[in-house]
Design a binder for this molecule. Sequence first.
Ligand code: FES
Length: 135
Amino acid sequence: MYSDKVMEHFQNPRNVGEIEDADGVGTVGNPTCGDLMTIYIKVKDNIIEDIKFKTFGCGAAIATSSMVTEMAMGKTLDEAMEITRNDVAENLEGLPPVKMHCSNLAADALHAAIDNYREKKGEKVEGTHICSTCG
Ligand code: FES
């Protein structure tokens, strides 16, 4: 049912865990099955220099998490934002149709982590602005 690549990533997932001082964190849930995935990123000079994941889900969800972290590592934030659900599935040499929804979690969690990083950065910039009213 699963490709060798899916089985390999499921049995030997890359980048499992949590980054304590992550620059961005994204969590998404799958309403169909109730599974949850969190992705943590460290960003330097606009590049994802470290990425980890925690997934409470099926084997396909674990394999897609592992794959998306491999695909995003070392990429710029814009490049990582372009990784689609289909890219993840294709890199795993396909997923059974009934499991395609599992790959949604991985790409969505990655994008959520990047959004979170950008939001935090935005807040930081705002927090240091000099208000023309109060100086
Ligand atoms: Fe829930 Fe795959 S069955 S993510």
